[in-house]
Design a protein around this ligand. Structure first.
Ligand SMILES: Nc1ncnc2c1ncn2[C@@H]1O[C@H](COP(=O)(O)OP(=O)(O)OP(=O)(O)O)[C@@H](O)[C@H]1O
Ligand SMILES: [Mg+2]
Length: 260
């Protein structure tokens, strides 16, 4: 069974894209067949994988257009091999217009699932990098997904309503768009271990959101290597495979493999 994992959180800059590429690389390293999907018009994942969002074509934008306008478009043409054994379905800036185009589309929440359907069986894992919002593209990701990973910056926890994404997940389940959607876990990123104690963070989440919410044991610490690898167009596993950051994402992959 293919796991389709949406990496989603409404707040910007919490590590969604970083988690998507590095988890993709870590899962691919274990021999899994992995597709990373850039569902963010910013195209950060596309860039991080070494592609130019302004010039790569076709992209997920074209497959959405084809689906919305009802013409033939083979999704396989928009899937590219990366240098790191996983595949990429890239984005381009025009994807920002898709959000609007979807509004008047029939079954507008299910378009991404329809697009992905022909290739789901080709992969063990499909990771979807979401944009920082609760808009229709994110709802499409939550509808297509079997699981969600919610990355958050450790310091952000104190804020009330921090995890608004949880309400979107609940809505998607309740409206029967995706009743079985599972939260794979909250992933704490950019932790500064000098100021934050892991246990405090866990306790704060449990207190605010209930004890049944899953949290990854692995905490991704702050490291300049992440930004460096992004600039180099590689995952941190390829950029500095022995770094603490690379090891952290290998551990996250291991947790996923062991808790299906
Ligand atoms: N553990 C980390 N330590 C230090 N820097 C990190 C870490 N994780 C990510 N970063 C850096 O923080 C910035 C934001 O990360 P990223 O792009 O993954 O967030 P995002 O949630 O995808 O943002 P957006 O909401 O804009 O899509 C990037 O420059 C990234 O390189
Ligand atoms: Mg991002």
């Amino acid at each position: 069974m293919t796991q389709i994992i949406a990496i989603a959180m409404q707040k910007g800059g919490v590590g969604k894209t970083t988690t998507t590429i590095n988890l993709a690389a870590a899962l691919a390293e274990t021999g899994k067949r992995v597709l990373a999907v850039d569902l963010d018009p910013q195209g950060n994942l596309t860039q991080h994988c070494g592609f130019d969002p302004d010039h790569v074509s076709p992209t997920i934008y074209n497959t959405f257009q084809a689906e919305i306008d009802g013409y033939e478009n083979n999704i396989r043409n928009a899937i590219y091999e990366t240098a790191e054994r996983f595949h990429l379905l890239p984005a381009q800036p025009e994807l920002s217009m898709t959000e609007l185009a979807l509004i008047n589309t029939l079954s507008r929440e299910r378009v991404l699932l329809t697009i992905l359907e022909p290739i789901i069986g080709d992969y063990d894992y499909i990771l979807i990098d979401c944009n920082p919002s609760l808009g229709l593209l994110v709802v499409n990701a939550l509808t297509a997904a079997t699981h969600v990973i919610i990355p958050i910056q450790a310091e952000y926890l104190a804020a009330r309503g921090a995890l608004m994404i949880l309400s979107s997940i609940e809505t998607v389940r309740r409206k029967k768009l995706n009743p079985d959607l599972d939260i794979a876990g909250i992933l704490l990123t950019m932790a500064d271990t000098r100021t934050i104690l892991a246990q405090d963070v866990h306790d704060a989440i449990k207190e605010q959101y209930g004890s049944d919410i899953r949290i990854f044991d692995t905490i991704v610490k702050r490291s300049i290597r992440f930004a460096e690898s992004a600039a180099a167009g590689n995952s941190i596993l390829a950029y500095d495979g022995k770094s603490q950051g690379a090891e952290a994402y290998r551990q996250v992959a291991k947790e996923l493999l062991h808790n299906p």
